[in-house]
Ligand binder design. Structure first.
Ligand code: F6R
Length: 233
């Protein structure tokens, strides 16, 4: 039916180990030159493993999925900051690409990023998933043919993400994100989903029907997707 493969693990740590092995093998086979990265709680143990390992990323170019608008590189709530803290300051990469949340012209910034993606096709894209089924910041209802664009975040995502912000700090309601089409151009996609809060999204996926209210379901049309999860679906 599709290229979906589920790997059931016992916990996030085991899931991170699985992803580690996928990345290691791709590096060893010289098949990983361009890597798409995600942020979020799911990714923290993943990057910890990479940092503690001897994986050599010096030949790898990266692209991050998304960034809040109005947030600078040195703002701890930003995704560029997250990446520096958890990975980029500790491992050498050939080149890292992030969206600039302070760009004066957001449309131009999205176009710049999309052009870079087209020139550097993703070998592997790593994804998390939102409780509402979003991938990157492609919220429910985002057109499936979207490329990198400015996105309004839903109330549900703002509430879920507020856990990373200090009390009183406002979660930006606008972001820039790779589009669903940009993500699906990756040769291989690995999505990590841990914990009960992700069950609804994975259940929708396993039902096998593409539904624009659940962006994750578009992965059904890709021919090489691995889902690593601790949920029995
Ligand atoms: C982050 C991203 C988001 C997260 C998703 C899950 O770059 O694109 O789609 O992957 O919101 O976040 P966590 O891992 O915090 O549950």
């Amino acid at each position: 039916m599709n290229g979906l493969k589920f790997i059931k693990v016992n916990n996030p740590d085991e899931g991170s180990e699985n992803l580690f092995n996928i990345i290691k093998e791709a590096l060893e086979k010289n098949e990983l030159h361009v890597l798409g990265l995600a942020t979020g709680g799911t990714m923290i143990p993943v990057y910890k493993k990479w940092v503690e390992s001897d994986l050599d990323f010096s030949g790898v170019t990266t692209f991050n999925l998304d960034e809040y608008v109005g947030i600078s590189d040195d703002n701890p709530n930003g995704y560029a900051y997250f990446m520096n803290e958890h990975l980029f300051s500790k491992k050498k990469f050939k080149k890292v690409n992030t969206l600039n949340g302070l760009a004066e012209n957001l449309e131009e910034e999205c176009q710049r990023f999309e052009d870079l993606l087209l020139a550097n096709p993703l070998d592997i894209q790593i994804l998390g998933v939102g409780e509402n089924g979003h991938i990157a910041f492609n919220e429910p209802g985002t057109p499936f043919d979207s490329v990198t664009h400015v996105a309004k975040l839903t109330q549900s995502t703002l509430e879920v993400n507020s856990r990373f912000f200090k009390p009183g700090e406002k979660v930006p309601n606008t972001a820039m994100t790779m589009g669903i089409k940009s993500i699906l151009r990756a040769k291989k996609i690995v999505l990590l989903a841990f914990g009960e809060k992700k069950r609804a999204a994975l259940t929708k996926l396993s039902e096998g029907k593409v539904d624009s209210e659940w962006p994750i379901t578009k992965l059904l049309e890709h021919d090489n997707v691995t889902i690593i999860t601790d949920l029995a679906i």
